[in-house]
Design a protein around this ligand. Structure first.
Ligand SMILES: *[C@@H]1O[C@H](CO)[C@@H](O)[C@H](O)[C@H]1NC(C)=O
Ligand SMILES: *[C@@H]1O[C@H](CO)[C@@H](O)[C@H](O)[C@H]1NC(C)=O
Ligand SMILES: *[C@@H]1O[C@H](CO)[C@@H](O)[C@H](O)[C@H]1NC(C)=O
Ligand SMILES: *[C@@H]1O[C@H](CO)[C@@H](O)[C@H](O)[C@H]1NC(C)=O
Ligand SMILES: *[C@@H]1O[C@H](CO)[C@@H](O)[C@H](O)[C@H]1NC(C)=O
Ligand SMILES: *[C@@H]1O[C@H](CO)[C@@H](O)[C@H](O)[C@H]1NC(C)=O
Ligand SMILES: *[C@@H]1O[C@H](CO)[C@@H](O)[C@H](O)[C@H]1NC(C)=O
Ligand SMILES: *[C@@H]1O[C@H](CO)[C@@H](O)[C@H](O)[C@H]1NC(C)=O
Ligand SMILES: *[C@@H]1O[C@H](CO)[C@@H](O)[C@H](O)[C@H]1NC(C)=O
Ligand SMILES: *[C@@H]1O[C@H](CO)[C@@H](O)[C@H](O)[C@H]1NC(C)=O
Ligand SMILES: *[C@@H]1O[C@H](CO)[C@@H](O)[C@H](O)[C@H]1NC(C)=O
Ligand SMILES: *[C@@H]1O[C@H](CO)[C@@H](O)[C@H](O)[C@H]1NC(C)=O
Length: 593
């Protein structure tokens, strides 16, 4: 369908679009038109990005950021509002709820102020609420808990306060709750433990309090009553059962959490755990965490007791940071003694600034690629043993923070200079000059700490989603940013030819910028930062004349790709119908190219 839509659109984009309205004779639902007018009325738009929001009908006259579908009734309906990074400020009005068929509400990276209107909870079709990177304040509305189709709530990097609503436990489809970098307070509701579809719970950098609910641990201590679980709201939620069986990433860094760490060993897929920079006390639970875990960061707390042995035998572990706690006793040598020397990638065991005072006798040094840091423990005082002295050095942590590919010296002649021809470094044994497409991509919350061992898996995953061969993708560089988020620059090369044809360019852009592909859980959601045409712009002038200019694509186009969001079957059917009868195409498919 993607392929089909792309090809079709490339052919029909410029000529046929204006006739859509005439052919269908449908116009936008009047209540949705008035909703859009109300929305515009309370936005401040200094760059005049919404200047065409007065030109005829929203769905047929290409209003900026407005995407519609024909759902088969009398009117056309607004299904997506994509207004990310448009320099907008002002408020989001309650009338947004009149967009009753809306699936995507995307105002990422603007400067909206005021509250999130509670009426948003009336839009039962909503799948994605993307309001991250604004100045929104006030409470998270309880009513959001009504949204049974919601898969993502991204409200990170705002000024939201108050508690995380218990009603969020009703979000039975939700996969991503990104609420980091706000001023949320209160306890994490134990009811959230019911969210068995939840993959990422990110609440870093808030002002929570109290303990982590022990119910988060779930499974083994399940209080299974009955599965009549879809009928509660507000504060009187009965304790039904807890099941976080899908949880992949739990990140609650710098949240002022207190109390003990619950036993998280029963969460089968847990891959990334960050509870650092809190005031957690007591000892570390001794049960073994999920075997696929890559990252355990419990640093900067007040944990005491000894380091349990449960951290050994975790084959994918990349980082175990227990630094700046109150741990004492012996250094558990089995943590590194059991590491497979042939493992791919590095392991950092950071125990610095604790009260460790002993090393087991007859211990062997850590294997290559395993870094142990004991600096700042009593064991380091006055020791003359070489091993201890080595481990006690304040060493720089050996995880790759960025990669800049050095151009591999090839024995090929220079490429022609008239286009931006290059050799594909992923295809290094071939002297084949081709023109790449540039893609800036950011993994918003990856499940790894060291990307290097996952590079190949990433290549395979992304290329298969893009229907390319793995060697067509070259990862030029990547760098870790705060979050931590992974910012990367990729190049896509044509296969066995020097240029992608135009429909391929259009298709690749469409797939990456739409909401249609989902990377493996370990890579998490991504944001498209730019899609650079380079000399394709000159090669295919129609790309530019159809709004796909360099300027348009570099910077302003950015979108976060949804989990399992695909165009509805209705639209697919619509496009096919149009094509077979009239050779026209739905506007949405074209606009999102
Ligand atoms: C639709 O609007 C965008 C800007 O909002 C513009 O770049 C594009 O050329 C327009 N397309 C058509 C077919 O009017
Ligand atoms: C937003 O504002 C910045 C700085 O004024 C400007 O460079 C950028 O082009 C604007 N973007 C949009 C979409 O208006
Ligand atoms: C938001 O406002 C701040 C200052 O008020 C400004 O620096 C920033 O560029 C604005 N961001 C956007 C996306 O408009
Ligand atoms: C919309 O939401 C508000 C507040 O949540 C509620 O009072 C109102 O009844 C809802 N309207 C409809 C039509 O559901
Ligand atoms: C979130 O907040 C932390 C702590 O205040 C800050 O260091 C970090 O830069 C913020 N992250 C983002 C993405 O703004
Ligand atoms: C965090 O909460 C405490 C009290 O609960 C309050 O005194 C403090 O100002 C809050 N800090 C922020 C940054 O909101
Ligand atoms: C849900 O609760 C309401 C009122 O509390 C009740 O009328 C309704 O029957 C309940 N529905 C189910 C499915 O239990
Ligand atoms: C937990 O949720 C998973 C996934 O939905 C489901 O397969 C499993 O049966 C649930 N377990 C319990 C005890 O409810
Ligand atoms: C661990 O990860 C591998 C892929 O790396 C996956 O096939 C496997 O199902 C995962 N195991 C669990 C328990 O999630
Ligand atoms: C750990 O600290 C708690 C208080 O936070 C204390 O009750 C407990 O006795 C301490 N345990 C050890 C082994 O020091
Ligand atoms: C250490 O890791 C690097 C890459 O992270 C790998 O190339 C090398 O083979 C590893 N060495 C060992 C001894 O595992
Ligand atoms: C696109 O984004 C990547 C990653 O941030 C960056 O390295 C690259 O320079 C950007 N390209 C353009 C043309 O902005």
């Amino acid at each position: 369908m993607i392929n089909f839509g792309g090809v079709l659109c490339a052919v029909t984009l410029v000529v046929l679009l204006p006739f859509l309205e005439a052919a269908d004779g449908k116009s936008t639902d009047p209540s949705e038109v008035s909703a859009l007018m109300a929305i515009k009325g309370s936005l401040v738009d200094p760059m005049n990005n919404l200047k065409n929001w007065n030109r005829g009908d929203p769905c047929t006259k290409n209003w900026t950021g407005v995407f519609c579908h024909d759902l088969g009734d009398t009117y056309l309906h607004v299904t997506e509002l994509q207004l990310f990074r448009r320099n907008l400020s002002g408020n989001l009005v309650p009338e947004v709820s009149l967009l009753s068929q809306l699936k995507i509400l995307d105002f990422m990276w603007n400067n909206l102020t005021g509250n999130i209107p509670k009426e948003i909870g009336n839009i039962t079709t909503l799948k994605l609420i993307l309001l991250n990177g604004n100045q929104l304040s006030g409470l998270l509305p309880d009513e959001i808990g009504n949204l049974q189709s919601l898969t993502r709530l991204q409200v990170d990097q705002n000024h939201l306060s108050g508690a995380i609503p218990k009603s969020f436990a009703n979000l039975r489809s939700v996969k991503h709750l990104h609420m980091n970098n706000n001023s949320l307070s209160g306890q994490i509701p134990s009811e959230l433990s019911r969210l068995n579809t939840l993959l990422h719970l990110l609440v870093d950098n808030n002002n929570l309090s109290g303990p982590l609910p022990p119910e988060l641990a779930a499974a083994k201590s399940l209080k299974i009553l009955q599965a009549d679980n879809n009928n509660f709201s507000g504060s009187s939620i009965p304790t039904l059962y807890y099941n976080m069986s899908g949880l992949f990433k739990l990140s609650l860094r710098n949240c002022s959490l207190q109390g003990a760490i619950p036993d998280l060993s029963a969460i089968p897929q847990l891959d990334y755990l960050d509870l650092s920079w809190n005031q957690l006390t007591g000892s570390i639970p001794t049960n073994k965490l999920a075997s696929n875990i890559t990252t355990i960061d419990l640093s900067h707390n007040m944990l005491n007791g000894t380091i349990p042995s449960n951290f050994s035998g975790l084959p994918y572990l990349q980082l175990l940071s227990l630094k700046n706690n109150l741990l004492d006793g012996s250094v558990p040598s089995e943590i590194w003694a059991g590491v497979n020397p042939n493992r791919n990638g590095s392991l950092v065991l950071d125990f610095q600034n604790n009260s460790l005072n002993m090393l087991p006798a007859e211990i062997s040094p850590p294997p290559p690629n395993v870094t142990v840091v004991l600096y700042g423990n009593p064991i380091c005082e006055n020791s003359s043993e070489t091993l201890i002295i080595n481990l006690c050095r304040l060493q720089s942590i050996n995880l790759e923070k960025s990669k800049q590919e050095t151009s591999t010296a090839m024995v090929c002649g220079a490429c022609p200079t008239e286009k931006n021809y290059e050799y594909n470094p992923s295809f290094s044994d071939q002297c084949f000059c081709a023109v790449p497409l540039g893609v800036g991509l950011r993994l918003k919350s990856p499940g790894v700490t060291d990307f290097h061992p996952y590079e190949n898996a990433f290549k395979i995953d992304l290329t298969s989603l893009l229907q390319l061969f793995p060697y067509q993708l070259y990862i030029e560089n990547y760098i870790w940013e705060v979050g931590p988020r992974l910012n990367m620059h990729l190049k896509l090369f044509p296969s066995n030819t020097s240029l992608f044809n135009m429909s391929e360019v259009v298709r690749l852009r469409h797939v990456l910028a739409g909401w249609e592909i989902t990377l493996l859980d370990v890579f998490g959601p991504y944001e498209l930062l730019n899609f650079t045409l380079g000399s394709y712009e000159d090669e295919y002038p129609n790309l530019a004349s159809s709004g796909l200019s360099k300027a348009a694509l570099g910077g302003i186009l950015a979108s976060t790709i949804a989990s399992a969001i695909a165009l509805s079957a209705v639209v697919t059917a619509l496009i096919m119908r149009r094509n077979s009868r009239t050779n026209r195409i739905s506007r949405r498919s074209c606009k999102s190219l």
